[in-house]
Structures are given as C-alpha cells and as structure tokens.
Ligand binder design. Structure first.
Ligand code: FAD
Ligand code: DHB
Length: 391
C-alpha cells in the first residue's frame, strides 16, 4: 500500500489530521490498532479550548458539537469551604471553552473519514516505522492477521503514549523530560444532572476533587487517590461520601447522587519527548508529550500539533518550501511547554501530596487567595485555560 501521509493512531490527533489533510487535497491512510467501538467509547477528555472548537468547525466537524456541546464561560475554584468563580470572557476579551467529550469528537471525525476521506483501518497495528531518515519512510503493520507495509512520503506518529512511533527516533538524538506524581484520579460517570452548571475544581486537605459533566443529565466526577489505587476498591457509597466531603461549602451547596455507570483510575504524569521530528517522521499528541489532566490540556495540545503539521505540509505543497516542516518541532514545543507549565501549576495548586507539610498547605491556600483577590492572577489562569494560540 502507498500514500502521501501514513498516520499511526485514530485518537483525536490522527483523526483530525486525516480530515485536515483531506480538506487540503493531500491523501493519507490511518492505521488504528483497536476496533471502532473501543475508540468511540474510551472515556477521556471533556474540555475543548476555544481554538480547538474553532478548528473542528473550520474542518467541517463542528455541527453536532455546536448543537450538543455546552459552552462554558467560567470555572469555580473551591477551597477552605469557599467558592470563587473565574469569569473567562471578562478576563480574556470574550474567550470561553466547550464541554464536548473526546468520545464524541472521535465519533464525528470517524463518521466523516469513512464517508468522505481516505482509508481508515481499524485493528491494524503498526509494528515499526522504518527509514524515517530517508525520503521513503515505511510503516510495517499487521491487519487481519497478515503483515503488510505502508510506503509513505511522511509518517505522523499519533499513536499515544504507548505507541511505537517514538521508538523510531534514535536514543542519541532524543531528550526526555519527565515527572510522575504520587497520586492519580479516580474518575466516574454518573446518571445524574450535574450539581453545578460549571466545572468545580476543589482543593481540600483530604485531596483534590473535580466536578465536570458530559451532558445536562450525565455527571463526570474525579477524586484524587493514591498512586496505584484499584478503582474497584472504592464502593459507590464511599465515592459519593468522599466527593461530598471535598466539595463541602459553608453556604450549604449540595451534591446530587446518582447511579455510577463507569469508574476507572488514571495515573498522572508530565512527559516531553524532544525533538518531535526525526527526518520524515513527525510525532503528534500524546505520542510526544503527556500533561497531568488538571488543566484539561492533553487533547488540545494534540489538536495544536496536527494543525501545525497540516499547515506546514500544505505550505510545502503550495510553495515547494520545507521551511514550516523544518520548524515543526520547535513551533509545537513552545506551546507544549506552556501547557506543561500550566498543568503542573494547576496540579500542585490543587492536589495534596502524601508528604505535604503544613507550610506547603498554607502556600496552596495563599496561591488560591491570590487568584481570588487579584485580577492579574485570575487573568493568567483564564488565558491559559481557554488556550494559547496554535503555533
Ligand atoms: P490517543 O487518544 O491516546 O490516541 C492514540 C491512538 O493510537 C489510540 O486510538 C491507540 O489505540 C492507537 N495506537 C496505539 N498504538 C498503536 C499502534 N502500534 N498501531 C496503531 N494504532 C496505535 N485532555 C484535554 O484536552 N482535556 C481534558 O479535559 C482531558 N481530560 C482527560 C481526562 C482523563 C481521565 C484522561 C486519561 C485524559 C484526559 N485528557 C484531557 C488527555 C487526552 O485524553 C489525551 O491527551 C488525548 O487522547 C491525546 O490524543 P492522541 O490522539 O494524541 O492520543
Ligand atoms: C475533564 C477532565 C479534565 O482533566 C479537566 O481538567 C476538566 C474536565 C472532564 O473529563 O470532563
């Protein structure tokens, strides 16, 4: 098989890239190791930055998002039994975010790709990227029990943190920056209307909690838990009781309970692989970088990377100049490091480390007081949360 751009992975990065290239008249083939149902139902991100929503719309993939997504103009910070709202449009000149789940973004992009785009092969596992530093890179893959080769002009590794594409960058050319955290998130989906109409990020002495949503009738909630926690070790009642404690306010706010339909634990990690390009292999999204989820940046970074790649390849096609392809890694990494910084700040602001000292507890509260009392500090948060411009 042969194509211009071989795309490994049909998460948000790979699927959006295939769509952007299709719209630019560039052909591609997407290889995805899992089946369609798995990709469409894997519970992950929920928040789209304004720029991400704009890109989906411009790509012709925003119709259902605009109908069913929920525009959010702020978040609530909760600490010391108090609440403080951060008003995004007022602080950023009108910017906001969209609550629209990653599962739905993937469903919309898959439907478009199968209807209008190039081949999208499910249960097609990439085994290795070969010849990345030549003019004709190849992807070896296995589909329906048979091994095959995809010959490409370019390969884009959109295969997430556990994929194979990153391994094709020689170790001596690679630098990895990494931090793990001694806690994770226990996430639940529950069939109950969200108890607040905006997201609530809560700092509590017992640990962080987050109230989010998937629709007006489905809540998504997260609890900080120790690293390595088994989700099944928590009964539904224990989860609700702990959420109630961490969200408690002095003004009598109430958390509504409902049937829990899903629960799972996510580990927390910061990770950056530099560079994001080797020859004709480009890395995008979680294949190149991970942020802890507290700032809701992972999916949005993946979108930024593939927008940058699609622009660079289109420029090359139109002008013959590889200039933007050559600066791909630097352009993406500037944005990636800003998101790493913000996600780290949000994580350390709101989570309680197992060895936290009373001094550190007071500092967290002082940082939250500063956010609640200073327009400058709030603006900094609002700008980062609603999203930095794409590179
Ligand atoms: P992925 O979504 O991981 O997709 C990679 C794809 O490649 C997968 O489909 C995988 O099956 C496939 N693959 C892997 N190996 C191979 C192979 N060898 N061959 C073929 N295919 C392969 N981000 C936000 O922006 N906002 C949020 O609110 C947010 N919340 C989150 C909450 C949780 C609990 C979690 C876990 C993550 C959250 N994120 C959030 C992060 C976000 O989900 C990821 O950053 C995003 O999925 C990255 O997209 P991707 O396409 O790069 O990678
Ligand atoms: C969700 C996830 C996040 O990481 C976050 O910061 C906000 C919302 C969510 O899944 O809804």
């Amino acid at each position: 098989m042969r194509t211009t751009v071989g795309i490994i992975g049909a998460g948000p990065a790979g699927l959006l890239l295939a769509r952007l290239l299709h719209n630019a008249g560039i052909d591609s083939v997407v290889l995805e190791s899992r089946d369609r149902d798995y990709v469409e139902h894997r519970q992950r991100a929920g928040i789209l930055e304004q720029g991400t929503a704009d890109v989906l719309r411009a790509a012709g993939a925003g119709e259902r998002m605009d109908r069913e997504g929920l525009r959010h103009d702020g978040i609530e910070l909760r600490f010391d039994r108090r609440r403080h709202r951060v008003d995004f449009p007022a602080l950023t000149g009108g910017r906001s975010v969209m609550v629209y789940a990653q599962t739905e973004v993937c469903k919309d992009l898959i439907a478009l790709q199968l209807k209008e785009g190039g081949p999208l092969l499910f249960e097609a596992e990439a085994l290795a990227v070969e010849g990345a530093d030549t003019d004709s890179p190849r992807v070896r893959f296995r589909h329906e029990g048979t091994e095959d080769v995809l010959d490409c002009d370019y390969v884009v590794g959109c295969d997430g943190f556990w994929g194979v594409s990153r391994k094709a960058v020689p170790a001596e050319l690679t630098r990895v920056f990494e931090r793990t955290y001694p806690f994770g998130w226990l996430g639940i989906l529950a069939d109950v209307a969200p108890s607040h109409d905006e997201l609530v990020y809560a700092r509590h002495d017992r640990g962080f909690a987050l109230l989010s949503m998937r629709s007006p009738s489905v809540s998504r909630l997260y609890l900080q838990v120790p690293e390595g926690t088994d989700a099944e070790a928590w009964s539904d009642d224990e989860i609700w009781a702990e959420l109630e404690r961490r969200f408690e306010t002095a003004d009598g706010w109430r958390l509504e309970r409902g049937p829990i339909t899903q629960k799972s634990v996510t580990p927390m990690r910061s990770y950056v692989h530099e560079p994001m390009r080797h020859g004709r292999l480009f890395l995008a999204g979680d294949a190149a970088h991970i942020v802890p989820p507290t700032g809701a940046k992972g999916l949005n970074l993946a979108v930024g990377d593939v927008v940058t790649f699609a622009r660079a390849l289109t420029y090359q096609k139109e002008t013959g100049s590889a200039q933007l392809l050559d600066t791909y890694s630097e352009a993406c990494l500037r944005r990636v490091w800003q998101a790493e910084r913000f996600s780290y700040d949000m994580t350390t602001l709101l989570h309680r480390a197992p060895d936290a000292t009373p001094f550190e507890d007071r500092l967290q509260l002082a940082r939250l007081e500063r956010l609640a009392g200073s327009r400058a500090a709030e603006t900094d948060l609002a700008e980062a949360y609603t999203g930095f411009p794409f590179g």
